[in-house]
Design a protein. Structure first.
Length: 539
């Protein structure tokens, strides 16, 4: 592998372990795997994040089947996090806000520095309380802490950095601080911006235009995000209103999407942005020691079908026991069990299968098909909350065949991606950026059934290592798209998956082996990081 420069990796969330409530979903899980993989490979990389006092929302289901959202304060200390003894200050709404710097290497990761404003007597002390919580002004303040505070923490800690990697646009204000530093040393604004651009690389994850964060210029100026550079400069970088992704693209020398299809989508989405680099594609990967059972990999190469199935059944039993402990529902290990766990948003279409009750209801009522869902909606996303409510309603309609595990977590994801027989994914193409949960499932011998979106077009050998749902159909008419994909989904499950599971044990076993062998190296975080070093980090 090409020798790597020194990298500072910025992300708003990190999923290292459930002991650290510092993540909301897939972005954080990827960031956690990135730091663990960097440690395994010995990359000179450090992470910058925030020590969220209350983390992300905790979501339970009330007796009426409605999501109930709460926050719980956490007190962190050794061995999870340790105090570096370093404090820096950042400007928020005209105040000098103290930022304490903690660090953790507790989960096999390279050093992650965690920034914290929750200090006695500190103005804006609550800024680092809730991940993705609060008003838009609080969100900007959080991004000042991450970006501006992150750069200042690196300086105070004595780190020399060659490359600043922004994992999503939340970290953009680090580039503003880099420009301010250079201007303080005498550079012109134009020279400082050009030099900063050569230091920054950017990964975009959001192929839905509405999901890319924007702020009014007045808001950014009010909170102090411009660091004195002014409204005209902000508009020249991110537009008016200011788009964080546009700004990150204009201030980066290189950028990438997180799957090959996503790279194509991102290039089309942002083709109108002048001064943006060409957006490449580095497909995500997972940290195998965290997510996969090495014994399944060994048995895929050396074991008999009986041994492979026996090992899978231990994971399936663990999943059935977990579901019962969480929901009170008892599923069966001798019946097909399909898993679906991801963020509750409309484009992922968690309830899609239930729209064809004529075909699916008999399979559920007979017990030949079992479905386990998990997910979490943002507290302010009513559409996502409605999705969770629909899934809970299905568990009450089919209590012996459909279960919903609330408060989706790393633990839930790990158990589901080992214990399910099939991993279902049916997003509207091309709105899924990557979908790393499917990689975890595949490496554990859990067969993917997915629309050709995200990472799956790169891995799928239909009927060999999993199944494709439809043929990559796209349409701007969502009703047409959903109807097409529903028909393909039902045909795949009822016409192909159910018969194979119950009637063709040899084919299923062969598919499990192919799933593991095809994905364990190609979609590992080690492969991903080698590509980052060669394609993004090395100028």
């Amino acid at each position: 592998m090409t020798a790597s420069p020194r990298i500072a990796y910025f992300c708003m969330e990190y999923g290292l372990d459930d002991a650290l409530k510092l993540y909301a979903g897939g972005l954080g899980i990827l960031a956690g795997d990135h730091l663990k993989g960097a440690a395994d490979l010995g990359l000179p990389l450090v992470g910058l994040g925030i020590l969220w006092k209350q983390g992300y929302v905790r979501q339970t289901i009330d007796p009426d089947g409605v999501p109930a959202d709460t926050y719980r304060s956490h007190v962190y200390g050794p061995p999870e996090v340790t105090d570096t003894g370093v404090e820096v200050t950042v400007p928020i709404q005209g105040d000098d806000v103290r930022v304490k710097v903690w660090t953790t290497t507790a989960h096999g990761n390279v050093p992650l520095y965690l920034l914290d404003t929750d200090l006695p007597g500190n103005p804006h002390a609550t800024t680092t309380w809730q991940l993705y919580g609060g008003t838009p002004e609080v969100r900007v303040a959080q991004e000042i802490v991450l970006g501006v505070g992150g750069v200042r923490a690196l300086r105070a800690l004595g780190h020399e950095v060659d490359v600043y990697h922004f994992n999503e646009g939340h970290a953009l204000l680090a580039a503003v601080e880099l420009i301010r530093e250079k201007m303080a040393d005498g550079a012109s604004l134009e020279a400082a911006q050009a030099a900063t651009k050569q230091e920054v690389v950017f990964t975009t994850h959001t192929p839905v235009p509405e999901g890319n964060e924007t702020h009014s210029l007045d808001r950014l100026l009010y909170v102090g995000a411009d660091l004195g550079l002014g409204a005209d400069w902000l508009a020249s970088v991110g537009g008016d209103p200011f788009n964080m992704t546009v700004g990150a693209l204009r201030l980066s020398r290189a950028a990438n999407g997180v799957a090959q299809l996503h790279g194509e989508t991102a290039r089309a989405m942002w083709a109108h942005v002048p001064e943006a680099p060409a957006i490449g594609a580095i497909t995500n990967g997972i940290h195998r020691p965290t997510w996969t059972d090495p014994e399944m990999s060994r048995l895929a190469d050396e074991g008999s079908d009986d041994e492979l199935w026996a090992r899978h059944r231990t994971h399936k039993q663990a999943l059935v026991d977990y579901v019962e402990a969480k929901t009170g529902q008892r599923l069966r290990t001798d019946r097909l069990l399909v898993g679906f766990a991801r963020r509750a948003v409309a484009y992922k279409r968690a309830p899609l299968l239930f729209q064809d009750t004529e075909t699916i209801a008999p399979l559920l009522e007979s017990g030949r098909l079992q479905l386990v869902f998990s997910g979490k909606s943002h507290p302010l996303d009513q559409g996502g909350r409605d999705i969770v409510g629909t899934l809970v309603e299905m568990t009450r309609r089919y209590p012996h065949a459909v279960a919903f595990v609330p408060d989706y977590s790393m633990e839930t994801g790990r158990i589901l991606t080992r214990g399910a027989d099939v991993w279902l994914n049916n997003p509207r193409r091309p709105q899924e950026a990557s979908g790393t949960s499917g990689m975890k499932a595949a490496m554990n011998g859990v067969l993917n059934a997915s629309t050709l979106d995200g990472w799956w077009p790169e891995a799928c050998r239909d009927g060999v290592n999993g199944w494709q749902i439809g043929g990559g159909f796209e349409s701007d008419d969502l009703a047409v798209l959903d109807a097409h994909d529903l028909a393909a989904l039902v045909e795949t499950i009822a016409g192909r998956i159910v018969p194979t599971y119950y009637d063709d044990h040899d084919t299923w076993s062969a598919m499990m082996r192919a799933s593991i062998r095809d994905t364990r190296d190609a979609f590992s975080v080690e492969r991903m990081l080698r590509e980052y070093v060669e394609q993004l980090y090395t100028a």
